[in-house]
Design a protein around this ligand. Sequence first.
Ligand SMILES: [Zn+2]
Ligand SMILES: [Zn+2]
Length: 389
Amino acid sequence: METQELKKSVIDDIEARRDELGELSLKIHSNPELGFQEVKAADWLTRYLEENGFSVERGICQLPTAFKASYGKGEPFIAILAEYDALRDFGHACGHNIIATSAVGAGVASRAAVDRLGGSILVIGTPAEELYGGKIIMANRGAFNSLDVAMMVHPGTSDYATIETLACQTLDIEFFGKAAHAAAGPEKGINALEAMLLSFAAINSLRQHIRSTARVHGIITDGGEAANIVPAHSAGNFIVRAMDMDYLEELKEKVLNCFIGAATATGAQLKYKWDEVCYAPMRNNMALAQLFAENMGSLGRSVSLASSGNGFASTDMGNVSQLVPGIHPFVAIADEEVQVHSPEFASAAISDRGVKGMLDAAKAMAMTVVDLIASPEILSNVKEEFEKS
Ligand SMILES: [Zn+2]
Ligand SMILES: [Zn+2]
């Protein structure tokens, strides 16, 4: 009974904040900031949380635009994660303004559950999702260590409670050859571009023998200086993705062998560097996803538990979900044919439908917080599933 009352109060609280949350979302959308430069967004969000009784630590994990806002005391520690970075040239075409404002809305509304029943609600600001995997850096620096649950909602084109994402790591490649006149003395040169082209050929040969869910893709960033000079240097950037970390490691070795083989064949020297940031796949907590789907259902949305059709991207929330029971659901703010990272999606992120999606996401997360704080049994089911899997 108490749970239902609390759920009604968090819904009413968020509904009462419709205008201020909508304004906050619009303000972030109108001032797009790239990863690690989200100074204004972090400032507006932390101020809103502070004004509503949260104690805020700014610049956590030595990242100036990361933050931790907390309310309440002691266990359980339920975290809602906010993203607020934009895309170069496309602004908020991934709709992270919705992620940010739904997180603070849910956090502030969840105070009712904490006031009544105890526990702690945290809103953790996680910068630079798009390019730098901010949460991976934060995870390595211990930001999520003492949490019981972590959740966030991303805007999309259908309502899903779970997401399938791939583990992924970036590889920088350079080949060093020897310049020579391409016609007068080609036998005196070592062709770094040919080493790169041979690497592509080798990867394309490998491609037919890898799992269908894996991905390898790359570009050439330096292919030589002039057609009459044997290229002494070539460079490229590649991404390797797989369903799980074990297969990612296996595939990384196979892909690297393509470059090693090309170096041997051409005599060019290979230099390579795997990015320090390695995206882990999403580990969906199904007990948590179920709660979220039911709460979204009570708001009139039909939420699919399976994630079929939302593709194979990668997100740094994957790394969080490996440490803490977590979910990364999607809320529909546009029609199916609209592509995320497009100007149309950027418009959707401030449309009326976008605001509705943001409010519903906030409500469903706050209701899920109520479930977790009100019922030790529900929380222990969530944690048990995490420990068993
Ligand atoms: Zn994105
Ligand atoms: Zn995104």
